[in-house]
Design a protein around this ligand. Structure first.
Ligand code: EPU
Length: 337
């Protein structure tokens, strides 16, 4: 185990924020992970678990151990003619795993193409896009308890998935390190083309019939059009969750703003935060070194030398103005460290 000191995290978070970790290590196995957890425990240091760094906002230097999970590997643990159970190391890149599944002819994750981040981080916020969420293909995961270093299995129910939410964002917050995730994928894929322009885009790209590759290409195309590439412009995807409001609240807003979109959700209405931020006049606004993306107002960006606290300030100013104008509370999707 190699421990680095005063380590810059700039290249390990997709906002490109230049904060430092007092100590940093990357682990590649359960043994190394346990060793690192024991090391920090002996020293009485807090531990932050880093995956792909695509959903964190670093607001300060971290006076503890930042532990990057680099556990790799993919293994089929069970299969029949219809389905396959595949266990994947938490440190595998999510999109690489999607490509691997597609290459094997396994369906279920093609709509989640091109989402940044690692496999281990994916269940924490139940990543989702174009009508599919990870909960739809999730089987179970193995995690280590940070305190006891004990290994535990969490099945679907234990993860208590919700919209961009799970047990690991609530009661289990900061308590576990996810090491392996097992997915149940289908050898006879059923394509989900219902969301937005997926089907249309697939045809435009010359695919007559749906296939895993056709769906993945269409979704990658749509994402590239709308979402900035973190390698070129620092961002963490959607900064806010889409708020869910009561049907009555929705009706009263709809009378005032007839173009307000809404989707029935959990007994209420889910409305696009992008629409609210756009209507609030924030789309494309630049505040010094940070700003609101010009094509997708749900995404906050760092133009290069921005600080986490600038992004916090911008996000709070946006939330306040949306609260004032529409009476709707915007909740951050990105984790603040
Ligand atoms: N809209 C505007 N103005 C804009 C852009 C969008 O008014 O400039 C409105 C439109 O009405 C549009 C609606 O917002 O129909 C929704 O936009 P979109 O379908 O692009 O989806 P989203 O709500 O912005 C969510 C996820 C994305 C995911 C897409 C596709 C959340 C917080 N975000 O975005 O996830 O890729 O749907 O499924 O749920 C992420 O989590 O990082 C992420 C990118």
């Amino acid at each position: 185990m190699q421990i680095r000191e005063n380590f810059s995290l700039r290249h390990l978070n997709t906002f490109g924020l230049d904060q430092r970790a007092r100590f940093f290590t990357e682990v590649h196995s359960l043994e190394q992970l346990k060793e690192a957890l024991n090391w920090s425990k002996e020293k009485g240091l807090p531990v932050w678990i880093l995956g792909g760094g695509s959903n964190v906002l670093l607001t300060k230097d971290l006076e503890g151990l930042v532990l990057k999970v680099g556990i790799k590997g993919r293994e089929v643990i069970e299969e029949n003619e219809l389905e396959v159970l595949v266990t994947v190391g938490a440190g595998e890149n999510w999109h690489e795993f999607v490509r691997f599944a597609i290459s094997q002819g396994w369906g279920g994750v093609e709509n989640l193409s091109l989402i940044p981040g690692t496999v281990g981080a994916a269940p924490i916020q139940n990543i989702g896009a174009y009508g599919v969420e990870i909960k739809d293909v999730f089987h179970r995961l193995e995690a280590i308890d940070k305190d006891s270093a004990e290994s535990l299995i969490f099945d679907h129910e234990a993860c208590a998935f919700g919209y961009r939410d799970s047990f690991f964002k609530r009661e289990g917050r900061n308590r576990y390190v996810i090491c392996y995730v097992t997915f149940k994928l289908s050898k006879t894929p059923v394509y989900n083309l219902s969301y937005g322009t997926v089907e249309e885009t697939m045809h435009e790209l010359g695919h007559v019939e749906p296939s895993l590759i056709a769906v993945s290409e269409a979704i990658s195309f749509i994402r590239r059009q709308k979402l900035p590439d973190p390698a070129k412009l620092g961002n963490a995807g959607s900064f806010f969750k889409n708020p869910v409001i009561t049907s009555q609240h929705y009706q009263s807003l709809k009378e005032k703003y007839p173009t307000l979109p809404g989707f029935p959700f959990d007994g209420g209405m889910k409305i696009p935060a992008a629409w609210l931020i756009d209507q609030g006049g924030w789309k494309g606004k630049r505040w010094g070194t940070v700003g609101v993306h010009e094509r997708q107002p749900l995404v906050l960006v760092n133009y290069g030398s921005g600080k986490g606290r600038d992004i916090v300030h911008l996000s709070q100013t946006i939330s306040n103005s949306i609260k004032e104008k529409f009476g709707v509370l915007l909740e951050a999707e990105v984790n603040h460290w």
